[in-house]
Design a protein around this ligand. Structure first.
Ligand code: NAD
Ligand code: HE2
Length: 412
C-alpha cells in the first residue's frame, strides 16, 4: 500500500516519529518548525449564505456545479436562496444531488462527467462534510485526465483543482477550512483520503442557524468526530507544547459544553455557533502547527469500519477512541493524566479515559462494537481493511494486525 506524502505539514505530521514509536520528551515544549498556510475565507453568521453569488462572481466564476445531498435543502428553502444569489450575480449553475453520507467514488465519477459535459469552472458544496469532501474530489477530478480514484491511491498527485466554495449545513469535519477529503470506493471497500493545498475552499459560509435541523444522533456523532480530530495529535505527538495542549483542551471543553446545551435546546444558536467554530478550528491546521510526529490511528481504524459497514464516521470514532486510549495511555501517561485533569477534573489517566467514555454514553453516541451491530466475528475483516489505512497514514510500523485487533477487542 502506498504511503501518503508526509511532508505536507498540514496536520503536524512534521519530521519526527510519534510517541507510539517510543520517542519524544514527555512534557516537552519544543515547537517543531512549521509552515502554517490556510487561504480559505470563512464567512460566519446569520444569512451569510445569501452572499455566495458575490463570492463566486468576484472569483470570475461563470458556471458552477452545485452539489448537495438530500432534497432537504429544497424543502427548507436553502436551495432557492442559493439559486437566487447566483442568478443575481450572473453565475449559471448545474445541480448534482443525492450525495450520501460516507460519500462514494461512483457519485464523484458521475459528477466529474457532468461537470466536464457542462464545462463548469467551479464547484459549490451545500451540505455537510460528505457533500464537501465529494466536491473537493470532483474539483480535483475535473483537472485530472484519468480516473479520479487514482488520486486516492497514489497513482497520481493533485497538481490543481477547480475553485471550490461551500455552504456548510452540518459542523463536524472541519473540511470547510482544510485541504483533506475522504471518499469510499464501494467496489474495493476502501475509505481513503486525499490532501492537497489545491483542495482548500476559496470561501466557506458557516451559518449556525442552517444547522438547527441536524438530528440529535448526528449532533453527538459530530461531537465525537471533532474530539477525535483534537486527540489524535494531542496524545500521539512526540512532544506537545503546552500552548497546543491548551488550545486542544479549550476546544474539547467547548464541544462538551455546547453539545450538552444543544441536546437541551437545538435552537440555541450561540451554542451552535461555538460548536461550529470549534469544529472548524479543530482541523484547519491551528492545533497541529508546531507539533511533531502526530499520527491518526483512530481515523485509520474507523475508516475501515465505515468502509465495510457504512457506519456514521463519528459513531465509529466514539467506539474506537476509548478502545484506543486504553491501549495507548501507558505510552504517554503524563498527557493522559493532563487530559483527565483539564477536561474532566479527575485524577488519573484511567479515570480520564473512563470519563470520556461515560460522556459518550451520556450523550448517546456508541462506545461498543455491539452498538454498531458488530462483534468479535467482524474484527478480522476490520483489521485487514485497516491495514490499508495505517499504510496510507504512515503508521504501519506500529499498528500491526495484532495491535489493531487488541485495540478493537477493547471495544467488545
Ligand atoms: N475532510 C475532512 O477533513 C474530514 C474530517 C472528518 C470526517 N470527514 C468525512 O466527512 C464525512 C462525514 O461528514 P459529516 O460528519 O459532516 O456528516 P454528513 O455530511 O455525512 O451528514 C450527515 C447526515 O446529516 C444530514 N444533514 C446535513 N446537514 C443537515 C442539516 N442542516 N439538517 C439535517 N440534516 C443534515 C446529511 O444529509 C446526512 O444524512 C465522512 O465521510 C467522514 O469520513 C472528512
Ligand atoms: C491526516 C488527515 C486525514 C483527514 C481525515 C479526516 O477524517
Amino acid at each position: 500500500m502506498f504511503l501518503k506524502d508526509k511532508s505536507h505539514g498540514l496536520y503536524g505530521r512534521g519530521s519526527r516519529r510519534s510517541r507510539e514509536s517510543g520517542v519524544g520528551n514527555p512534557g516537552g515544549e519544543h515547537v517543531e518548525n512549521f509552515t502554517f498556510f490556510n487561504p480559505t475565507k470563512i464567512e460566519f453568521g446569520l444569512g451569510k449564505e445569501q452572499t455566495i453569488g458575490r463570492h463566486l462572481s468576484e472569483h470570475g466564476v461563470k458556471k458552477v456545479l452545485l452539489c448537495y445531498g438530500s432534497e432537504r435543502i429544497k424543502r427548507e428553502g436553502l436551495f432557492d436562496v442559493v439559486a437566487r444569489s447566483l442568478a443575481e450575480k450572473g453565475v449559471a449553475w448545474v445541480e448534482l444531488g443525492g450525495i450520501v453520507s460516507n460519500p462514494v467514488i461512483s457519485k464523484v465519477r458521475e459528477a466529474v462527467s457532468l461537470g466536464r459535459a457542462h464545462q463548469v469552472d467551479a464547484i459549490l458544496s451545500v451540505g455537510g462534510g460528505s457533500v464537501l469532501d465529494s466536491a473537493k474530489a470532483i474539483a480535483a477530478g475535473l483537472r485530472y485526465d484519468g480516473d479520479v480514484w487514482d488520486l486516492f491511491v497514489g497513482k497520481a498527485g493533485i497538481e490543481s483543482a477547480l475553485p471550490l466554495f461551500a455552504i456548510l449545513t452540518l459542523a463536524a469535519t472541519g473540511s470547510e477550512m482544510n485541504a483533506a477529503a475522504v471518499v469510499t470506493n464501494e467496489e474495493t471497500r476502501e475509505k481513503f483520503f486525499i490532501m492537497s493545498p489545491a483542495l482548500f475552499p476559496v470561501a466557506s459560509i458557516v451559518n449556525p442557524t442552517l444547522m438547527r435541523s441536524v438530528s440529535r444522533e448526528y449532533l453527538v456523532y459530530s461531537a465525537s468526530d471533532v474530539i477525535a480530530h483534537l486527540i489524535e495529535g494531542y496524545f500521539t505527538a512526540a512532544e506537545h507544547p503546552k500552548l497546543q495542549s491548551r488550545l486542544v483542551e479549550a476546544l474539547i471543553n467547548t464541544v462538551i459544553e455546547t453539545t450538552e446545551a444543544l441536546l437541551v435546546d437545538p435552537e440555541d444558536d450561540d451554542a451552535r455557533g461555538q460548536f461550529a467554530w470549534a469544529a472548524t478550528l479543530a482541523l484547519n491546521g491551528l492545533t497541529s502547527a508546531g507539533v511533531s510526529g502526530s499520527s491518526w490511528p483512530n481515523h485509520a481504524i474507523e475508516h475501515a469500519i465505515s468502509a465495510l459497514f457504512n457506519v456514521p464516521h463519528g459513531a465509529g470514532l466514539s467506539v474506537v477512541m476509548p478502545a484506543w486510549m486504553k491501549w495507548s495511555l501507558s505510552r504517554n501517561p503524563a498527557q493522559f493524566k493532563r487530559f483527565a485533569a483539564t477536561v474532566f477534573g479527575v485524577d488519573t489517566a484511567e479515570q480520564g479515559v473512563a470519563a470520556l467514555e461515560a460522556w459518550f454514553d451520556k450523550i448517546g453516541t456508541p462506545t461498543r462494537l455491539s452498538q454498531l451491530g458488530l462483534g468479535e466475528t467482524q474484527i478480522p475483516a476490520i483489521v485487514e481493511n485497516a491495514l490499508g489505512n495505517v499504510g496510507a497514514f504512515g503508521i504501519a510500523d506500529v499498528y500491526t494486525r495484532e495491535t489493531i485487533a487488541d485495540i478493537l477487542t477493547n471495544a467488545l
